[in-house]
Design a protein around this ligand. Sequence first.
Ligand SMILES: NC(=O)CC[C@H](N)C(=O)O
Length: 350
Amino acid sequence: MGETFGEAVFSTGMTGYQETLTDPSYHRQVVVMTAPHIGNTGVNDEDPESKRIWVSGYVVRDPARTPSNWRSRRSLDEELTAQGVVGISGIDTRALTRHLRERGAMRVGIFSGAAVADEATLLAKVQAAPQMEGADLSGEVATAEAYVVPAIGTKRFTVAAIDLGIKGMTPHRMAERGIEVHVLPATATAEDIYAVDPDGVFFSNGPGDPATADHPVALMRAVLERSTPLFGICFGNQILGRALGFGTFKLKYGHRGINQPVQDRTTGKVEVTAHNHGFAVDAPLDAPSDTPFGRAEVSHVCLNDNVVEGLRLLDRPAFSVQYHPEAAAGPHDAAYLFDRFVSLMEGQRA
Ligand SMILES: NC(=O)CC[C@H](N)C(=O)O
């Protein structure tokens, strides 16, 4: 019950709704699920990607009436209600998705109970809500205090991870590889980064328009200048794009789901990957570009629409991807990217 606003976007994931709801990159978005049955496995205490639900609204066709799973603690409806998140069901999500695909992601409102009024009043409220273009949101979702995720097993490396809206699985995937991860606030300085004496620096995913991320871009340039091994995911890829001098732009309706085909152009292999992005980097696909940090190339591309899905520097140890190798939720095809980061750090030590 209540009212809510946000940018309406659709996700094609058939599973993984808990990870979607709790991904900070969905802050200020109303997520429409294309899969008709959502909530079948209830809500557990293990799968959230952060401490709370971040979507501003949730749209499903047919919520499970009887969730069933050995890990389930409560129903999706109970969880949304407990966290005060407005959801709506019984919607023809296929028609709504086609509308968003034809007209593009757009601001919407969901109204119920006392919030319901005449159409003109509701439309005016939606139009008064902020656009996603120009939104600077990392500061609203990122940690205020630095914290450490310890390495699992023997510690091999230290990484400084800039939290722009990080998902919990990302430091976990690094910890599994013997990395001690120092998660730093979005406002961290180069001094904060080098105070942890890192073997590598990571820039996370996050909500909002990358064109507003001036501080992370300046910070990344400082890291590139020192040639510290660098890895970025999603927002981190857009920030690398900007740090190299490329532009970013808003996609018509974005990529969201766990079944997106991406080609790694360095090996030719195709991987099925998890995505959640509404913006993309504008970089030439055909040949490497000269940048202030040496040559850079587009390392990964989406096979549905040729959108840039990864960048790689040829003269410095830095790369990034626009999608989600941490695979929460999603297929594990892209897990090798964390190993590539480890190789870069090993190379720097040799
Ligand atoms: N998951 C992300 O990091 C998303 C990045 C950015 N906010 C976008 O929508 O493109």
